[in-house]
Design a protein around this ligand. Structure first.
Ligand code: ADP
Ligand code: MG
Length: 272
């Protein structure tokens, strides 16, 4: 491998303690013949919140989708390198994409519950898709909504349609739906950028609670949010006509307060 690939990567604040839940090893990604991510080496620590930050177009969403094999749903997309989930390569021939997606859930920018489906069935809908069973559905619905911070608001109207909820509640319903399949890892792609500040803070509280037993990886362009919710942080950047790379990663407090790279310092201080 060319040495320059690793020269571009700085680890700020030393290696994370404990186990890596997800590890990217020299990940490169293409759409058609266009390289959009190059040489991403990143360790995302278990039961922590990792924030992926950087300007638009630098490959954060692409990288996130690579972590649960949603990337391969785009026909022109190809990939090299490895993604290890608890040490296992999720792109190995023996792994099934559905299994991977049950272990690694995803929440999107725009809340996308099934609008005409009841709140209850929305929570349970991922089980059917994942081919998973459940012996006590009522308990699972309650527990998933509780973990998503929505139970108290909807316990008396579980048969109401998902579309009747407010935007922030719909996003928490989507979080509950992801949690119902009991993922080890939850990926969130700008989950609050369509929401008002109050809803945003509630979801941030939920994210921090979840990280007691779920590894959360969140893309955000809100620097205050990255500082509030994340333990660990990776800064992605793509120079003009170049693929995205990780410029620097480490403990969030180190990356924000003592960045090693000048470009990180400029970005976290809002200078581009
Ligand atoms: P970010 O989330 O950091 O804004 P993305 O991962 O969405 O960046 O995009 C990275 C690059 O890949 C961009 O140049 C974007 O135009 C390109 N890209 C993203 N999705 C596709 C796709 N489905 N087909 C072709 N190019 C894509
Ligand atoms: Mg994006």
């Amino acid at each position: 491998l060319p040495a320059t690939r690793f020269d571009a990567i700085r680890v700020t604040g030393g290696p994370p303690p404990g186990a890596a839940a997800v590890e990217a090893v020299d990940v490169c990604a293409w759409f058609g013949d266009r390289l959009v991510l190059e040489g991403v080496d990143l360790v995302m620590p278990e039961n922590r919140v990792t924030a992926l930050i950087g300007p638009s177009g630098c490959g954060k969403s692409t990288f996130l989708r690579i972590l649960n094999r949603m990337h391969e749903l785009v026909p022109s997309a190809t990939l090299s390198g490895e993604v290890l989930l608890d040490g296992e390569d999720i792109y190995a021939r023996t792994m099934r994409a559905q299994q991977v997606r049950a272990r690694v859930g995803m929440v999107f920018q725009k809340p996308n519950p099934f609008p005409a489906m009841s709140i209850r069935d929305n929570v349970l809908s991922g089980l059917k898709l994942g081919g998973l069973g459940c012996s006590d559905k009522d308990a699972l619905v309650e527990q998933s909504l509780e973990r998503a911070g929505l139970w108290r608001e909807v316990r008396d109207r579980l048969d109401a349609p998902g579309g009747a909820l407010s935007g922030g509640q719909q996003q928490r319903l989507c979080i509950a739906r992801s949690l119902a399949v009991r993922p080890n890892v939850l990926l969130m792609d700008e989950p609050c950028s369509a929401l008002d500040p109050t809803s945003t803070r509630r979801i941030e509280d939920t994210i921090q609670q979840l990280s007691q037993d779920v590894t959360v990886i969140i893309v955000t362009h809100n620097m205050q949010q990255a500082q509030r919710v994340s333990d660990f942080c990776a800064f992605f950047l793509a120079a003009e006509n170049e693929p995205g790379r990780v410029i620097e990663h480490g403990w969030t407090s180190d990356v924000f307060e003592r960045p090693v790279d000048r470009r990180t310092e400029d970005y976290v201080n809002g200078r581009f």
